[in-house]
Design a binder for this molecule. Structure first.
Ligand SMILES: Cc1cc2nc3c(=O)[nH]c(=O)nc-3n(C[C@H](O)[C@H](O)[C@H](O)COP(=O)(O)O)c2cc1C
Length: 186
């Protein structure tokens, strides 16, 4: 899975929900975070803020102390060697036509991180099923910050767990709509 070219990264990436316990090497983690830092943002405001957990015990404590990540997502992250929580300092965001752009900014930045991770053989899974308010309290986030998403990061296990198999079936992960259904030439 090393040195994938850009097209290979796009075509082979999929959500990973079963991880080996091996930690992510520091250089790889730095490259992932750097990819997020380099992202474009509305008016170059760069509202993203990332909380990085690499201590498995702290990752487990997150759920234990708050009981809010949701049982399914907890099962996914509990054995991951790294968890990144993608936040936004919403006060740094641009609002145009009553639309706040921090969600777009953070999504671009986080996806750049996810693709960079995958190019190095490191899997991840976007997660938004969490309860923001108690989580923000537990994390002691500054006022005005929003939690946009989170993802575990780690080397994929060869064998998919029972929960992953179920979820794959449920979400039909590999299915993509045909191009005609999503593109309108005008
Ligand atoms: C914004 C967003 C939120 C998601 N939230 C969750 C989640 O909370 N739990 C989960 O297991 N997967 C979550 N996913 C993963 C999707 O189910 C997955 O990306 C989709 O089924 C396509 O599969 P693939 O990533 O393997 O290509 C999320 C994905 C996105 C983009």
């Amino acid at each position: 899975m090393q040195n994938l070219d850009f097209t290979q990264v796009l075509t082979s990436r999929h959500s990973v929900r079963d991880f080996l316990p091996d930690p992510i090497p520091r250089e790889a983690l730095d490259a992932i975070l750097e990819a997020g830092r380099l992202a474009p943002s509305a008016q170059n405001r760069q509202p993203w803020r990332y909380l990085v957990f690499t201590d498995p015990e702290k990752i487990r404590q997150l759920n234990k102390n708050t009981g809010l990540i949701g049982i399914s997502n907890y099962l996914i992250i509990k054995d991951a060697p790294c968890l990144i929580i993608a936040c936004a300092d919403a006060s740094k965001s641009v609002s145009v036509n009553k639309q706040d752009y921090y969600l777009v900014d953070v999504a671009i930045s986080f996806q750049q991180m996810i693709l960079t991770a995958w190019s190095q053989g490191i899997g991840s899974c976007w997660m938004v099923a969490f309860n923001e308010r108690p989580l923000a309290k537990y994390l002691d986030l500054p006022k005005g910050w929003r939690i946009v998403a989170m993802s575990p990061f780690g080397y994929p296990k060869d064998e998919k767990g029972m929960y992953t198999k179920l979820l794959d079936k449920f979400s039909k992960s590999e299915r993509r709509k045909p191009i005609e259904e999503i593109v309108i030439f005008k």
